[in-house]
Design a protein around this ligand. Structure first.
Ligand code: ADP
Length: 173
């Protein structure tokens, strides 16, 4: 009886994938991840290529930063994929996707992605979450630009990322 109840709970476990370039992970991403875990039991953060953006950090570096930030969180796994998101989701058997929605500028791209992915794999559902106001205009590109120009990035990214950015751009402050 107890065994059965346990299995029932396990089957009801909610899993989702949060795909993105995370080049690097910012406090905006972290905000979305924390929000998603209010209604999801397990989250797989999955690092991938962006079709247009050329990454500053390698796949490995991006995954290491994420692993460092969430090392104590058993409900979070860091992974990667190198092809279509739908293929990855099918392989994992997970059909729930988390994405962040900031300003209107995100809308067109995200909308296109959802509708295209739905055509390829109809059972996918995407949940969009909006971060707290101070992260609404925060992006990995902006953080990289500030770091490149020797600006302070401490407010925008986790500590591990501050260090990695400094290494990358050989900053001295
Ligand atoms: P991609 O290149 O696939 O868009 P990103 O790492 O830039 O990957 O973003 C991954 C997801 O996180 C996207 O849904 C994006 O809108 C969201 N995101 C990025 N930055 C923020 C932020 N500051 N606040 C909320 N969501 C964000």
């Amino acid at each position: 009886m107890v065994q059965q109840e346990y299995r029932y709970i396990r089957r009801k476990e909610r899993l989702a994938v949060y795909p993105g370039s995370f080049d690097p992970v910012t406090n905006g991403h972290v905000d979305i991840i924390e929000r998603s875990l209010k209604f999801i039991d397990r989250l797989i953060i999955s690092v991938t290529h962006h079709p247009v953006k050329k990454p500053l950090f390698s796949f490995r570096e991006r995954m290491e930063m994420l692993q460092g930030v969430f090392q104590k969180r058993r409900e979070i796994t860091v992974d990667y994929f190198d092809g279509l998101l739908v293929d990855y989701l099918e392989k994992k058997g997970i059909y729930l996707v988390i994405r962040g929605l900031r300003a209107v500028s995100d809308f067109d791209y995200e909308f296109q992605m959802v509708l295209t992915n739905r055509k390829l794999l109809p059972q996918i559902e995407t949940i969009f979450l909006t971060p707290r106001e101070e992260y609404l205009y925060l992006s990995s590109s902006l953080v990289k630009e500030i770091a490149r120009l020797n600006g302070p990035v401490e407010k925008f990214v986790p500590e591990i990322v501050v260090k990695k950015l400094k290494e990358k751009f050989s900053l001295t402050h």
